[in-house]
Design a binder for this molecule. Structure first.
Ligand code: SAH
Ligand code: SF4
Ligand code: F3S
Length: 454
């Protein structure tokens, strides 16, 4: 039996599903009970300090299973690309059996076998970018919504961010492989696909720049052949797959949000009317120091352009508060953008220093107290904006993809609107996995209440 503990983003979750796939292909079965597991795999994240702390807390907890049951403890994921962390593990957590990184994930069964048969510690980490590996088995956590990684790595080097160091340079998957995976999901009854990448707008851009000899012709199920050489064309391709009802993608970078992508979102009925458009900061000065390559005005203009082209489009975003040198004025610029865009959802983060990044070495790091005070101010504003935005739904009919029963009430079912709002309603099992119209009766900050009429 095995347990995989996922600690990071959706890409990390997708990797965990592949680790599960490889373990099940090797004869293991899943358990949530750590005391029953023969193998415990941690899939780590290092994007912020609290993600790191979670690993060390949890490792202390699993030590007893190692001692009592001889459980194999394996740690993979982004954090394993950080040398100081691997050294710390060796020194302070010698009971860990296997460490592996995102570039060597596909070799995990081999590492596990070696650890069992040879009874030795395995360290399997590559410093260079791994190749894109196709054909890794996958056991998905959900049966309605699925994520599909379309690329690995990031070339942007935002100065706060560790991801480019641990995930390496951008590498895009072949469009045919993505098409086949999505087709297969549709055949297995999946209704929603989220395309994943650190910067989906630069899908195939590196490959095109390097003149790599990629086959960009996709042979479709009906025999038709289409050329897919950009993210915009990939959206159009996935939109033609029968059975798939919703397409989402995270994350685009505002600097690369080209018009062809806007046109694809507008033209493709399955692409959801919600764009996750990471702002990070509303201050042009801070954006410059973050190496984001857009100004406050350029971001706002992009939002306006998209709103003008696509009726009913909504936005969600990521924001960091307390970046080095952020002044009160800079912070107010962030609040200003939040008010002007009126997001549906805001993921807020307190700036966390990451070893090896440019921002970690910047002077004028912001005092913890100030960071927290700004975070709380942003949170209050965000809640106000979200509450205000929720009102527009009341009285409307929304298409909701029903995900299942509510955890707390047997009669209540739950689903999501195209704009990713949770809707709770009285329903029945037959509706699960279907997109149905629901009349929105009321709004409650974190969910809407819907009514279903047979
Ligand atoms: N590639 C994605 C983001 C990946 S990380 C993108 O560019 O949108 C997810 C989010 O974590 C980022 O958008 C950012 O808001 C936040 N983040 C990244 N590094 C951080 C740090 N050092 N401190 C706080 N938040 C951070
Ligand atoms: Fe990190 Fe920036 Fe790359 Fe996103 S685009 S992963 S924030 S470096
Ligand atoms: Fe994701 Fe964390 Fe790695 S956010 S890409 S798991 S550092």
């Amino acid at each position: 039996k095995y347990t995989v503990l996922t600690m990071g983003c959706q890409l990390n979750e997708n990797d965990s599903e592949k680790i599960s796939g490889m373990l099940e292909a090797s004869g293991y079965t899943k358990t949530d009970d750590l005391s029953q597991a023969n193998v415990i795999v941690f899939n780590t994240c290092c994007v912020r300090e609290n993600a790191e702390d979670r690993l060390f807390g949890k490792l202390g907890e699993v030590k007893k299973y190692k001692e009592n049951n001889g459980t194999i403890i394996a740690i993979g994921g982004c954090m394993m690309q950080e040398k100081h962390i691997v050294n710390k593990l060796k020194q302070s957590y010698p009971f860990v059996d296997i460490v592996f990184g995102p570039h060597t994930m596909q070799d995990f069964p081999k590492d596990l076998y070696a650890s069992i048969v040879e009874n030795k510690k395995i360290e399997d980490i590559l410093d260079i970018d791994g190749n894109i590996i196709e054909g890794v088995p996958i056991i998905r956590d959900d049966s309605i919504k699925a994520s599909v990684a379309i690329m690995n790595g990031c070339n942007n080097f935002c100065t706060y961010c560790i991801v480019p160091y641990v995930r390496g340079r951008e590498r895009s998957r072949n469009p045919q492989a993505i098409y086949v995976e999505c087709l297969d999901l549709a055949k297995n009854g999946y209704k929603e696909i989220t395309l994943l990448g650190q910067n989906v707008n630069s899908y195939l851009v590196s490959e095109r720049k390097q003149n790599k000899n990629l086959n960009l012709t996709v042979k479709k199920e009906n025999g038709e052949e289409v050329e897919v050489n950009s993210f915009a064309k990939l959206l159009r391709l996935i939109n033609t797959i029968d059975g798939i009802e919703r397409i989402r993608f995270i994350s685009p970078h505002p600097k690369d949000f080209t018009d062809d992508v806007i046109d694809s979102i507008r033209d493709c009925d399955k692409v959801c009317n919600l764009i996750h458009l990471p702002l990070q900061s509303g201050s042009t000065n801070v954006l410059k120091a973050m190496n984001r390559k857009y100004t406050k005005e350029q971001y706002l203009n992009l939002v306006e352009k998209i709103k003008a082209k696509i009726p009913n489009i909504q936005f969600s975003t990521d924001i960091i508060v307390g970046f080095p040198r952020e002044t009160e004025e800079d912070f107010e610029d962030t609040l200003d953008v939040v008010k002007k865009v009126g997001y549906e959802q805001i993921f807020m983060f307190i700036y966390s220093r990451r070893v090896g990044t440019v921002a970690d070495k910047m002077e004028n790091q912001i005092d913890e107290k100030v960071k927290h005070e700004r975070f709380n101010r942003l949170k209050s504003l965000a809640e106000k904006i979200i509450e205000e935005g929720n009102k527009k739904y009341v009285g409307t009919v929304q298409k909701v993809l029903v995900e299942g029963k509510s955890k707390t009430n047997d009669k209540i079912y739950t689903g999501r609107t195209e704009t990713n709002k949770v809707v709770n309603f009285e329903g029945n099992d037959d509706l699960v996995g279907k997109v149905i119209p629901l009349k929105i009766a009321s709004e409650h900050m974190w969910y809407l209440k819907g009514e279903y009429e047979n």
